[in-house]
Write a protein that binds this ligand. Structure first.
Ligand code: DGL
Length: 277
């Protein structure tokens, strides 16, 4: 179990959203173990500055390196947009963002090259999706929409409340009017709203979850670098900076599988990065 290839893959997000990436690992790389970190004491990331996100991501990656991982997936678009480049300079571990795979998948999906982007304020402001899409297809048009209400609603488990439906209509109606044929879930939390979006806009959009193409890229990398796990799969481990009970209950419901109880990690003050009893 000690060889590099048998180490888990580190996956992190501000909260529950990264579980949409975990689901794809279960599907596409079922032999891989996962070490997950949900920064639930500091969710949402979407209104935060690049400096804050960089500091938080740095803490999380250091923690994961202490625990032992063979690669890190930024299962958070906001972190991929604002901190991934800097983290690559700081830590010598393979890192995977979710924005470039999402951009590729959206281009492969759209017929009219008019692509709507649902994302956090920070991701929209960064322009990262537009850059990634236009670098591949300069004639494409991206219609970004910041959706600050959605992550707090999803973190409360409100997937189809009237408030969630109202927020979705507020964000998606203008994109429908702009004639987009494809919507990118530019925040890893949003695929959990897939069924309510499909119900509100039946057949209107093609919906792109970047987690799928992100995990495909991870699989190709692991294959090419002889890093695919070979032994029987061990236990996944979950860490959160906020309430472990809430994460376990809602996370199991959202991911559709009972998650092992998460351990709490302090991210503040003197005890930062210690696993709490
Ligand atoms: N799920 C994250 C993302 O993909 C972060 C959302 C947030 O915390 O605002 O951007």
């Amino acid at each position: 179990m000690n060889s590099e290839r048998e180490k888990p893959i580190g996956i992190f997000d501000s909260g529950l959203g990264g579980l949409t990436v975990v689901r794809e690992i279960w599907r596409d790389l079922p032999q891989e173990r996962i070490t997950y970190f949900g920064d639930t004491a500091r969710v949402p990331y979407g209104g935060r500055s690049a400096a804050e996100i960089t500091e938080f991501n740095s803490q999380i990656i250091e923690f994961m390196l202490q625990e032992g991982i063979k690669a890190v997936i930024f299962a958070c678009n906001t972190s991929s947009a604002l901190a991934l480049q800097e983290m690559r300079k700081r830590y010598p571990v393979p890192m995977f963002g979710i924005i470039k795979p999402g951009a590729k998948a959206a281009l492969a999906t759209s017929s009219n090259r008019r692509i709507g982007l649902l994302a956090t304020e920070a991701t929209v402001k960064s322009g990262a999706y537009e850059r990634a899409i236009l670098a591949l297809e300069p004639t494409a048009q991206v219609f970004p929409m910041a959706c600050p209400k959605l992550v707090p609603l999803i973190e409360k488990g409100e997937l189809d409340s009237p408030e969630t439906e109202g927020a979705l209509q507020e964000y998606i109606d203008p994109l429908a009017e702009a004639g987009v044929d494809t919507l990118i879930y530019g925040c890893t939390h949003y695929p959990f709203l897939d069924s309510v979006i499909t119900r509100l806009y039946p057949g209107r959009f093609k919906l792109v979850d970047p987690a799928k193409s992100c995990v495909r890229e991870v699989r190709e990398y692991l294959q090419q670098n002889a890093l695919l796990a070979q032994e029987a799969r061990g236990e996944d481990r979950y860490f959160v900076s906020g309430d472990p009970g809430h994460f376990a209950a809602l996370g199991s419901r959202l991911a559709g599988r009972i998650l092992p109880a998460p351990q709490k990690v302090d991210v503040f003050g003197e005890n930062a990065l210690k696993v709490l009893p």
